[in-house]
Structures are given as structure tokens and as C-alpha cells.
Design a protein around this ligand. Sequence first.
Ligand SMILES: [Zn+2]
Length: 353
Amino acid sequence: MAEPLLFLEELPDEVTATIETRERALAALGSASGGLEFVVQRLQRWLPGSTVRVAFLGGDAELHADIAQLAGTIGEHGNLVLDFGFDANTGNYRTWSEDDDEYGAEIRVSFDQGGFFSLVGTDSIAEDIGPPSGKVGGRPGQRSLNLGGFHIQRPASWKGTVLHEFLHALSFHHEHANFRGPCQLAFRWEDDSDYVPTTDSRGVFVPDPAGRRPGIYTYLAGAPNFWSRAKVDHNLKEVRGPGIEASEFDRASVMLYRFPTLFYRTANSDCAPSGDGQSLSDGDQSGLRSLYPSETDASEDIAEGKRSLLGELTSRDAASGAELESMGTSRAGRSRALAPSVDCLKRQLAGRY
Ligand SMILES: [Zn+2]
């Protein structure tokens, strides 16, 4: 029997494009603002001590209750409350709609898109994420977290999927992208030498008649993902940079995928998950404690840092007319292209998260 199709988690391409624009804006700010990099780094995390609201689009009360109960336990491990808006009178949980023009919730769950995905942390309320008329993005009427098909049938591993997506929503990145981990060296990126491209009837790349195997790039270029090389790199290569903190690599994390064996150079790879990924690992729990510490000092530091950055952006705006004049054309053009992201960032910095 053929192996089940591997559908990798993915955001719509047009959403990824807006995230990349914001990353460029943040990178430009980070290099310009020196000591304030601290703040930029923490921008995707909710302010510790916050209550973050969750709402559903579609699905019934039983599904909502199961998700709320499971994801609600995440808050036990860090100083952050996920509030699902349960109404004891009606037995219903909070809902949102595509017509909302104010946030009914910071995390807006849907079941009607293909696959599973979530925006990372406060990207869920960043109004420059996703195209304005798109179904997915950071605006009030857009989906920020999707559990595709859960309203029809939940997969056997639904608990792991819910925890994984909610940890993204709380600003966790993938464990295979942890630059302190082994995955970049443990992955089989390239085909075996002399591999003859061979697909099965579904269009999935499989070993050729001589048993030589496709590598990750080739495998993901086939059905059902059809990923470009750039997309593979974006999703599977390690994440580094001023915005990224990493704790020790954790093989038991719900943020570590189980890939097909052909993804790994060796059997029993260090990069393969050690558990079944259906509950938070000790490392996931300590990650939550460090991202959302209970000491009020940490919250105040972050809030103070946000105020400083907002102040700097505002004063820079006043000077920016002159600055643009004095820049070369390409830098000025680049700066203008990033301006909407910076404006959105300012609104976010002024907000309560
Ligand atoms: Zn993920």
C-alpha cells in the first residue's frame, strides 16, 4: 500500500509575501535602532501577563470545547491566559466573523481552509499581514489559525496539531528550524547521486528502479505539496537573526515534525522526534515559562522597550522627509516601500499587547 500523502503545513503564498515584507522592515529598523533590537526581538510575543482572546469560525460546541480545554492548558505553563469566551448560560464559546471590523479575538480559528497553519504570535493582529481582501491575515475579519477539516473529521493526531498551532500563535517557531539543533545537517536535502526522477501514480517522487532515493527538494517539488526550492528553504532551513531566540533543541517538542524517513541522512536521526508529539514536552513547558515569565519586571521591561521604540519611530518620522531627500533613489524607494509596515508596527506598539 502506498504511504499516506504528506501534506506539509503552509501559509498561503500571498500571506508569506507580506510576512517577508514585514521582516525586511523589522530588519531595517533593527540595524538602525541599535540597542532597541531587544524590543524588535520580542515583538512577536504577547506581553507577559496578557489575556489573549480566541474565537471560532464554524465548528460545533463540542469541537470548540475540546480545543478550548486542550489549548487552555498551555496557559498553565506561562504567564498568559488564553480566553475562549465560554458563556455558561448558552454553553457556547466566542465566535468571530469575516465581517468584523474590530477584533472579536486576537487568535481567530477556522476550519474551512486546506491544511493546518497559524500566524506567529502578534502577527495575528498585525494589519499588514496577508493581503487586505484575503481570507488569512492579521486583520479582524481574517483567519489567523486554521485546523482544516476538523469540523468534519478530526485526524487521529488532532491533539498534537492543536498544541502545535497554538504554540505558533504564542510565537513559537518550528523545532527543526532551531539553529541550536541538528536538523540542518541531519536532513537529506539532495537526491542520491544518479537518481532518476520517478513518480508514483499520484505524482509523489519515489525511489527509482535502482533504489536511489529523491532528496527533500525533489520530494517536496512533487505531489501533493509542489514546493519550489525557495519555499523549501523558507519552511525547513534554520531560522536565525536578531529576531530569534532559541533554547536547547528538544526532540520531544510538539514543534518538531515527524518527516518521512527519506528526509533524514541516517536511521534514528537526532532530528527525528522522540515522542508521539501529542502533549507538551518538558521543553515546551519551560519555553512557555521563559517566553511568558511571571516576574512583573519582565513585562515592565518589555512595555518600556515598546514605548521607547514607538518614541524613536515617531521622532524619526518627523525627520524622514529630509532623510528621504538626501538618500539615493534606491534606498529612498526601499524606505517608502517599507513605510506601511512601519506605520502598522507603530499602531501595534501603541496597542495593549
Ligand atoms: Zn508548524
